[in-house]
Design a protein around this ligand. Structure first.
Ligand SMILES: Cc1cc2nc3c(=O)[nH]c(=O)nc-3n(C[C@H](O)[C@H](O)[C@H](O)COP(=O)(O)OP(=O)(O)OC[C@H]3O[C@@H](n4cnc5c(N)ncnc54)[C@H](O)[C@@H]3O)c2cc1C
Length: 372
């Protein structure tokens, strides 16, 4: 099947963290692997709205070069808008997504995946057990498809998979504000990210943030989409908080970008040799919105499921293999967090209880230990 130039074993649509990690795993296992993205994957490539916060464990695991890190973080300040503050220690990094995504895509290419960039998927259908994939430039064939093309996943839309419930989508606004390194260090601290919560006065289900990079502050706001009345007014309400106003004093707007975060799973994650990974599947922490490591792991698990299914000659069990490894590693916890999230954000009292517990424990410990 995978002989002619445009025939592949596995086609991965989307070269974000989920797609690149899937393509790496796939090529390493010897599958002829296609990796398609509609954008050009460059360090100074298209801007992706993201806080860019990752745990130090991930930096170490992928050997992410320190010179590509925008800022090393040692603590998380959790502000409630009524003035109560909480503080959480923990090492992490803030990265620019174009740099990070390029790093992962390069690894996939080095592993043997064939990257086709600036190729937008426009059509996909199954014909004689093979997926026919059409981009603006070319036609490809593949036995398996990894949908890693983000929250709106054109792949899954074209295949008519069901979309997310409104309660499982967070509308975000991100602004990149240029300032100086010394001002960031003075006002926000040299190694601190800031999160802002407050149901009555700010956001019902979600939070806002100031993530410092080298000379830029990423200003973000996110609220459950069906609770948003006017996103710009709500975002401005956050930006006019005294602390935020001071932090952004004399800074210049460089980028403005709205984007969605899925915080609950898509109704299905697998069907007929197609896997939904990362944001396409809604595989994101429902409380924090952290999605990068889950996208990477789900990409890898999808490929492992294909491999296990082929080795054991169980083609009808691919979905089960995939969901079992997701569950074992983290999905059970994310599902429990999705339930806990509504409890945490139901009023300021339970929100503050969560923030005070979060100072000392991981959110997974709080939720799985039923502390809230
Ligand atoms: C405002 C905001 C802040 C966030 N902050 C953090 C954070 O601090 N830490 C964290 O861990 N997570 C964060 N996240 C979540 C994180 O960004 C996502 O979970 C992560 O990007 C998911 O990776 P992915 O590979 O699944 O999808 P994506 O990164 O969305 O990649 C999808 C890829 O598919 C490509 N594509 C789309 N359509 C097509 C098409 N038709 N044809 C070909 N290619 C296509 C896109 O160009 C893109 O490269 C944040 C998200 C948002 C919106």
């Amino acid at each position: 099947m995978a002989n002619s130039t445009n025939n592949f074993d596995i086609a991965v649509i989307g070269a974000g963290p989920g797609g690149s990690f899937a393509a790496k795993a796939s090529a390493e296992m010897g599958y002829k692997t296609l990796l398609i993205d509609k954008e050009q994957i460059r360090e100074s490539g298209r801007y992706k709205a993201c806080g860019g916060a990752i745990a130090w464990e991930l930096v170490e695991e992928i050997n992410y070069p320190e010179d590509k890190i925008a800022r090393v973080i040692e603590s998380l300040e959790l502000h409630h808008v009524d003035g109560e503050d909480f503080s959480k220690k923990g090492k992490g990094a803030v990265i620019w997504r174009s740099t990070f995504d390029k790093f992962l895509t390069d690894i996939a290419i080095e592993s043997g995946a064939i990257l086709k960039e600036k190729e937008m998927l426009i059509y996909i259908e199954k014909n004689n057990d093979i997926y026919r994939i059409r981009t603006k430039n070319e036609n490809y064939n593949a036995k398996y498809v990894i949908a890693a093309d983000g929250v709106t996943s054109p792949t899954l839309k074209l295949l008519k998979w069901p979309y997310f419930e409104k309660e499982n989508l967070i509308l975000t606004i991100t602004k990149e504000m240029k300032t100086t390194n010394s001002y960031i260090n003075k006002i926000l601290g040299s190694d601190t990210v800031h999160l802002f919560f407050g149901i009555k006065n700010l956001i019902q289900i979600g939070y806002a943030w100031l993530f410092p990079k080298a000379e830029t502050i990423t200003v973000g706001w996110g609220n459950q989409i069906n609770l948003v009345k006017n996103s710009r007014i709500e975002f401005d309400k956050f930006v006019s908080l005294p602390f935020v106003k001071t932090a952004l004093k004399d800074s210049n707007l460089e980028i403005f970008k709205p984007h969605l975060i899925p915080v609950g799973l898509r109704p299905k994650l697998y069907e007929d040799n197609v896997f939904a990974v990362g944001d396409a599947g809604g595989i994101v922490d429902p409380i924090s919105g952290k999605g990068i490591p889950y996208a990477m792991m789900s990409g890898q698990f999808a490929i492992e499921a294909i491999n296990t299914g082929e080795k054991r000659d169980k083609p009808d069990k691919l979905g089960t293999f995939y969901e079992k490894s997701l569950d074992r590693k983290f999905l059970k916890i994310l599902k429990a967090k999705r339930v806990a999230r509504d409890r945490i954000f139901q009023n300021d009292e339970s929100l503050k209880k969560f923030l005070s517990l979060w100072e000392k424990y991981r959110s997974s410990q709080i939720v799985m230990g039923k502390m809230i």
